[in-house]
Design a protein around this ligand. Structure first.
Ligand code: HEC
Ligand code: HEC
Length: 222
């Protein structure tokens, strides 16, 4: 009894502190705060996403860069990114149109579905020599871009041109994120290219090749 009341109190206090936290608490007040969505529901909701994210070489038309890989990415970060497109702290028109109709629960289910498709594809060792500037990045994004915290994206294996595009958007203030804004502001174009090349060349993220009507190979190539 006591325990339940405490849990309810706690969940009320924590509600709103963060989206993921509040959802997790709302569902299982006494359990560990790991976000749990419905992967099967997420798979259905993700059908439309696959037209772009399910095709490894699919490109954004203008500016031209490859659509980011979502396989192996932290589910918490996927939710944060979708909220960003919905709230326009990220400026992409198509992703705004996609995210605007998604509820918090939809986002959680979608992120859980992507996470259920497989873990990061880690290699035994890292490739190449990290550029000088990578020293600060790995504090959050992890060695070789395999992030250690759920709210920081993994960069390992992400498309090079997408990483460069994202860095440019933080630098220019188009993506509004206080942390990454201050990280990117002093990077020169050639430093961004080097960082993007280094992190993208590592093993890690992959394109999810879920096909409408059935689950295809979870960990299919890049
Ligand atoms: C028409 C193609 C298209 C469709 C459909 C689409 N996306 Fe995207 N998505 C993109 C592009 C392009 C970007 C990169 C946008 C940018 O520049 O920030 C992106 C970015 C993202 C990101 C951010 C990834 C990261 O590493 O930060 C997430 C998460 C995402 N999409 C999820 C979804 C989900 C979920 C759906 C379906 C509900 C979806 N997308 C549908 C093209 C698409
Ligand atoms: C203090 C922690 C921190 C440091 C240090 C940091 N980042 Fe980030 N990074 C973040 C967070 C948080 C986000 C997600 C921001 C958002 O929601 O858009 C992010 C996002 C990114 C993205 C976008 C990824 C995607 O999938 O869209 C890139 C690229 C990136 N960081 C590269 C770098 C590089 C390169 C450095 C070093 C120069 C760096 N970051 C340093 C925390 C950090």
């Amino acid at each position: 009894m006591q325990k339940t009341r405490l849990a309810v109190l706690l969940s009320l206090t924590l509600a709103g502190s963060s989206l993921v936290g509040s959802l997790a608490w709302a569902q299982e007040p006494a359990a560990a705060p790991v976000p749990k969505g419905d992967a099967a529901r997420g798979a259905v909701l993700s059908d439309t996403c696959m037209g772009c994210h399910g095709i490894a070489s699919y490109r954004n038309a203008y500016p031209s860069f490859r659509v980011p890989k979502l396989g192996g990415q932290h589910p918490e970060y996927i939710v944060i990114a979708l909220q960003g497109y919905k709230n326009l702290t990220r400026p992409h028109k198509t992703m705004h149109a996609q995210a605007i109709s998604l509820s918090d629960q939809d986002m959680l289910d979608i992120a859980t579905f992507f996470a259920s498709e497989g873990d990061l594809q880690k290699a035994a060792s890292l490739k190449g020599t990290p550029p000088e500037k990578a020293g600060t990045c790995v504090a959050c994004h992890g060695e070789g871009g395999i992030s250690v915290a759920a709210n920081w994206p993994s960069l390992a294996g992400q498309h090079k041109d997408y990483l460069e595009h994202a860095l440019n958007e933080y630098k220019g203030g188009l993506r509004k994120d206080p942390i990454m804004g201050s990280q990117a502001i002093n990077l020169k174009p050639e430093e961004m290219r080097e960082l993007a090349a280094y992190f993208s060349s590592q093993s890690g993220l992959f394109s999810v090749h879920y096909a409408i009507g059935g689950r295809a190979t979870a960990a299919a190539g890049k």
